[in-house]
Write a protein that binds this ligand. Structure first.
Ligand code: NAD
Ligand code: DAU
Length: 376
C-alpha cells in the first residue's frame, strides 16, 4: 500500500483527483483531510467513502494536532495540498482568511511532514529523509500576474501576483521553496491554468453560467468580457499532478495548461449555445431546466439576451496563458481533452447532476453531513 494525504479532497479538483487515483492505483490508500468549507462537499465523495482505501477526516490544514495525528495513524508517503480558499472574488472581500489558509496552512503541512519524514542529519547538518516521499503543492498560473496580448507564462516568469488570492498562493509557493532549499525537503510545485469539469462549485464562471442559464437568470460578465483564461479539463490536470508526484524531478516547478485560451465572452456564448443544443437533442434533460417550466420555447429566451455586463472585478487580470513545454518534454504530459469535447462533457454532467448543484448551493449539505457522520 502507498499512503497519500490529500488535503482539500472534497473540493473541485481535489475530489476529481481522489476519484482518479483510486481508479488508477489499486494499492493506494488516500487520507482526505478537508475542513468542509462552503466549497467542500462530502456528497461529492459518497462513492469513494464506501471504499476502504479512502479515509475522510474533517479538519483544518492549519491545525497541527490533526495533521500530526494523521501522520501518527498512517504511514503517509505523499502529501498533495489542494486545500485552499480558491475564489478571487472572495479574496477581495476577505483577504485575511486567504493568508491564513493558503500560507499558514501550507507551512503547517510542510512542518509536520518534515518532522515525520526526517531520519537524521547529513554531514552538513541538512535533514535526511525516508525514501519515496514527496510534498506536492498545487499552485496556480495566477502567481505570474497578468499577460498582455502576447507571450506565455513559463516556469522562469517572475512571480507578480496582483489579487489577495494570488498573493496568498505566491506566499505558499515561496514557503514551499524555502523548505526545499533550507531543509532539502523533496517537494514539487505545479502551476495550473483555469480548470473546468464536474463538481466545480457554481461560484466560478463556467458552472455559474450553466446554473443561471437553466434558471433563466442573467449571465454576469465582468467588464467588457475580453479577459482571457486558458481552460483545462480537470481530468488532464489530475493526470499531470500524478505524473509530477511520481516522476517529477525533486525541487522543480511544473506549469500545466491547455493551450486553450478563450475570452470570457466567448465561453459564455458557447455555453449558452451548447446548453440549448443539448436540451433540444436530449429531451430527457429538460427537467434540469427549471426556467423551461414557465417558458418551454427555449429558443425565445435561451440566447445572448441573457448576457449582462456588470462592474469589473477589482484588479481584474487581463490574460493568462501557460507554456506547458517543460512538463510535456520531461514527463510526456499533454492536454488530452479538446475543449469542444470537454465543455460538452461538463454541461452534460451538470444536466445530469442537478441534485448535486441544488445540494451544494442550498445549505442542505450540512444536513447531509450530520446525517452521514452524526457529529463525528
Ligand atoms: P475548491 O474551492 O473547489 O476546493 C477547496 C477545498 O479545500 C474545499 O474542499 C475546502 O473545503 C477545502 N479547504 C478550504 N480551507 C481549508 C482548510 N483550512 N483546511 C482544510 N481544507 C480546507 O478549490 P479548487 O478549485 O478545487 O482548487 C484546488 C486547488 O487548486 C487550490 O489550491 C487552488 O488554488 C488550485 N488551483 C485551482 C484552479 C482552478 O481553476 N480551480 C487552477 C489552478 C490551481
Ligand atoms: O487561473 C487559475 C485560477 O482560475 C485558479 O487559481 C482559481 O482558483 C480559479 O478560481 C480560477 O480563477 P479565475 O478568477 O480565473 O476564475 P473565475 O471562474 O472566478 O473567473 C474566470 C473569468 O471569468 C475571470 O476573468 C472573471 C470572469 N467572471 C467570473 C465570474 C464568476 C465573469 O465575467 N463573471 C462571473 O460571474
Amino acid at each position: 500500500m502507498s499512503y497519500y494525504l490529500i488535503t482539500g479532497g472534497a473540493g473541485f479538483i481535489g475530489s476529481n483527483f481522489v476519484k482518479f487515483m483510486l481508479k488508477k492505483y489499486p494499492d493506494a490508500h488516500l487520507v482526505v483531510l478537508d475542513k468542509l468549507t462552503y466549497a467542500g462537499n462530502l456528497r461529492t465523495l459518497k462513492d469513494e467513502l464506501k471504499d476502504s482505501r479512502c479515509t475522510f477526516i474533517k479538519g483544518d490544514i492549519c491545525d497541527p494536532e490533526i495533521v500530526q495525528k494523521i501522520f501518527s495513524d498512517y504511514p503517509v508517503q505523499y502529501v498533495v495540498n489542494f486545500a485552499a480558499e480558491s475564489h478571487v472574488d472572495r479574496s477581495i472581500e476577505n483577504p485575511q482568511l486567504f493568508l491564513q489558509t493558503n500560507i499558514l496552512g501550507t507551512q503547517n503541512l510542510l512542518n509536520i511532514a518534515k518532522q515525520n519524514w526526517t531520519t537524521g542529519k547529513d554531514e552538513k547538518g541538512y535533514p535526511t529523509y525516508l525514501s519515496d516521499i514527496k510534498y506536492l503543492q498545487v499552485s496556480t498560473d495566477e502567481v505570474y500576474g497578468s499577460l498582455g496580448e502576447t507571450g506565455f507564462f513559463t516556469e522562469k516568469t517572475p512571480l507578480d501576483p496582483r489579487s489577495p488570492y494570488s498573493a496568498s498562493k505566491t506566499g505558499a509557493d515561496l514557503i514551499v521553496t524555502a523548505y526545499s532549499e533550507t531543509y532539502k525537503m523533496p517537494v514539487n510545485i505545479t502551476r495550473c491554468s483555469n480548470n473546468y469539469g464536474p463538481y466545480h462549485f457554481p461560484e466560478k464562471l463556467i458552472p455559474l453560467i450553466i446554473k443561471n442559464i437553466l434558471e433563466g437568470k442573467k449571465l454576469p460578465v465582468y467588464g467588457d468580457g475580453t479577459n482571457v483564461r486558458d481552460w483545462l479539463y480537470v481530468e488532464d490536470h489530475c493526470k499531470a499532478i500524478d505524473l509530477v508526484l511520481h516522476k517529477g524531478r525533486v525541487g522543480e516547478v511544473y506549469n500545466i495548461g491547455g493551450h486553450n485560451e478563450k475570452q470570457n465572452i466567448l465561453i459564455v456564448k458557447l455555453t449558452i449555445e451548447t446548453v440549448r443544443r443539448l436540451l433540444k437533442e436530449y429531451p430527457e434533460y429538460m427537467p434540469a431546466c427549471s426556467a423551461a417550466k414557465d417558458s418551454p420555447d427555449i429558443d425565445s429566451w435561451m440566447n445572448e439576451s441573457l448576457i449582462t455586463y456588470v462592474t469589473d472585478r477589482l484588479g481584474h487580470d487581463q490574460r493568462y496563458a501557460i507554456d506547458p513545454a517543460k512538463i510535456t518534454k520531461e514527463l510526456g504530459w499533454y492536454p488530452e481533452t479538446k475543449f469542444e469535447d470537454g465543455i460538452v462533457k461538463t454541461i452534460r454532467w451538470y444536466l445530469e447532476n442537478q441534485d448535486w448543484v441544488n445540494d451544494v448551493t442550498s445549505g442542505g449539505y450540512q444536513k447531509y453531513y450530520e446525517e452521514m457522520y452524526g457529529g463525528r
